[in-house]
Design a protein around this ligand. Structure first.
Ligand SMILES: Cc1cc2nc3c(=O)[nH]c(=O)nc-3n(C[C@H](O)[C@H](O)[C@H](O)COP(=O)(O)OP(=O)(O)OC[C@H]3O[C@@H](n4cnc5c(N)ncnc54)[C@H](O)[C@@H]3O)c2cc1C
Length: 471
């Protein structure tokens, strides 16, 4: 193995964020190196795509491939109230060049298959994939990132030097753990734990479009912060997950699978109806501590993309959208930077960081309002801000997409929240579920860092716990 390699752009992580980044960079005439530690295909959570995820895939010329793979078609999201008597629905939509709204579809994906397809496509188009794990960020005296040290699969070590390093490492948050970025804060949503698996024999709707389309995403509400999802991932298989308060799991001292089996039926009567049996085709995976925010996630020589700097809550399936869209936004900036057209003083990517923060802040306001005031939220969806809500659910969250909309501004009012970006771009409002004064700093060495350690320490299921981190 050649021990030192040089490239213009290094991408750490070959998931959808890294693969999309590679494809958008190639369009800018940049041939990146992707460094990926895992063998693909590998299991990953994050199976429901929003309308804007589908638009990114269309812009990447991948629509035909998505159709060829017969991924289930998602027309919208249906949310059931706790007794399942009431539900509300948001359709998938897009905007045309004149900003007219039209109905559209997106896809549900089995991530092992989708991620492998994305990675292969990036390689086919010219990206160079290297199997290995980034172990240490290399920096100059002024803090600029110049690449990473790598552990190759044969155990030897090397270096990849790069003018720009893109952190697409997902929840592993490589550059944050290396303390290259600002601090990482634990969000309040970390009090929940997600348990999920794939189930055969689940009962779907039978429609071909609209609220009763057979492969829509279903969200099943139980109590505040306690819910389940139902996402068809192929003709026979449905991804079923439940998000529960951490304390409930710890109190029961069960393995993740025992806990899943014992609790899934009590979440919502509609979910119970749809799961006549519990035939798993995947083990029960667990992800705790998924909510965090990293400050200062761009700087000299680096940009963090998607989950590698922020994740709030999986309720409305925004993860893949955010990571692919941030990759798309970053690519032309990297081109300008390499061409010497960006001001290189403090941080050439500061404007990008602000744009990304503003986008995710809009999502945070939406998610917070859903949890804090679900009835007001449902009213907004139904009648008051129908178009604006359709935009937000589709993942049109950036300033160039008319955000924050009247709906988001109304959420902020109800949440008693003001967002400012003048002096400190991290406008953390009073009342936010994420707040540095309340949220503890993430300690990379802490035992909650890995799912396995957390399960072992917290639940007493050391021997039987089959927990696997979803990164
Ligand atoms: C419970 C739950 C449910 C979710 N549901 C949805 C959903 O329905 N829809 C949705 O869009 N999103 C969902 N998400 C979010 C989604 O999983 C992520 O946002 C998405 O996978 C991020 O993609 P990524 O490419 O940035 O990171 P990842 O997909 O995590 O990829 C990161 C890659 O980096 C590699 N890597 C990490 N560290 C290193 C290293 N040091 N060296 C080399 N390689 C490294 C990893 O092996 C991995 O392949 C959910 C998240 C959770 C927790």
């Amino acid at each position: 193995m050649n021990n030192t390699l040089e490239t213009d752009v290094l991408i750490i992580g070959g998931g959808p964020g890294g693969a999309a980044a590679a494809m958008f960079l190639l369009r800018q005439g940049i041939t990146p190196v992707i460094l990926e530690g895992e063998d693909f295909p590998r299991f990953h959570i994050g199976e429901s795509l929003t309308g804007e995820s589908a638009q990114v895939l269309r812009r990447l010329g991948l629509e035909d491939e998505m159709v060829r793979r017969e991924y289930p078609i998602k027309h919208g999201v249906k949310v059931y109230g706790s007794t399942a008597v009431n539900s509300w629905y948001v359709k998938v939509s897009s905007r045309d060049a004149d900003w007219n709204l039209y109905d559209n579809i997106t896809w549900q994906v089995r991530r092992s298959d989708f991620d492998e397809m994305m990675q292969k496509e990036a390689i086919k188009r010219g990206a160079k994939l290297m199997k290995g794990t980034a172990t240490k960020a290399m920096r100059e005296e002024d803090g600029a990132v110049t690449g990473v040290q790598v552990r190759w699969p044969d155990g030897s070590h090397g270096e990849i030097r790069a003018k720009v390093t893109l952190d697409c490492s997902g929840q592993a948050t490589f550059l944050a753990n290396q303390k290259v970025t600002g601090p990482k804060y634990v969000g309040s949503y970390d009090k929940q734990v997600a348990f999920f698996t794939h189930v055969k024999g689940a009962i779907r709707d039978t429609g071909t479009s609209g609220p009763d389309a057979k492969d829509n995403t279903l969200i099943l509400y139980h109590h505040k912060f306690h819910w389940a999802w139902f996402i068809p991932v192929d003709k026979e298989t449905v991804s079923v997950g439940m998000v529960t308060p951490r304390a409930d799991f710890l109190a029961k001292k069960q393995t993740p699978e025992e806990f899943f089996r014992s609790d899934i039926y009590s979440i919502n009567p509609e979910l119970k109806r749809r799961l006549p049996t519990l035939e798993f085709s995947e083990k029960v995976h667990v992800v705790p501590n998924y909510s965090y925010q990293v400050r200062g996630f761009t700087g000299k020589g680096f940009i963090c993309i998607g989950d590698s700097h922020r994740f709030i809550d999986p309720i409305f399936s925004f993860g893949v959208t955010v990571t692919m869209r941030e990759a798309e936004l970053a690519a032309p900036l990297i081109r300008s930077f390499l061409d010497g057209k960006l001001d290189d003083h403090e941080n050439p990517f500061r404007e990008h960081e602000i744009a990304c923060e503003k986008g995710i802040d809009n999502l945070e306001d939406m998610i917070d309002l859903f949890w804090e005031q679900p009835f007001a939220f449902a009213t907004f969806v139904h009648s008051r801000y129908t178009e604006e809500m359709t935009d937000a659910f589709a993942g049109r969250i950036y300033e160039s997409e008319h955000q924050p909309s009247n709906a988001i501004m109304a959420f902020r009012k109800l949440l008693k929240r003001t967002r400012t970006y003048d002096d400190d771009i991290y406008s953390v409002p009073i009342g936010s579920r994420y707040h540095p004064e309340r949220a503890p700093l993430w300690e990379p060495e802490s035992p909650v860092e890995t799912t396995e350690a957390w399960i072992k320490k917290g639940s007493g299921v050391e021997k039987n716990g089959e927990a696997v981190h979803a990164s």
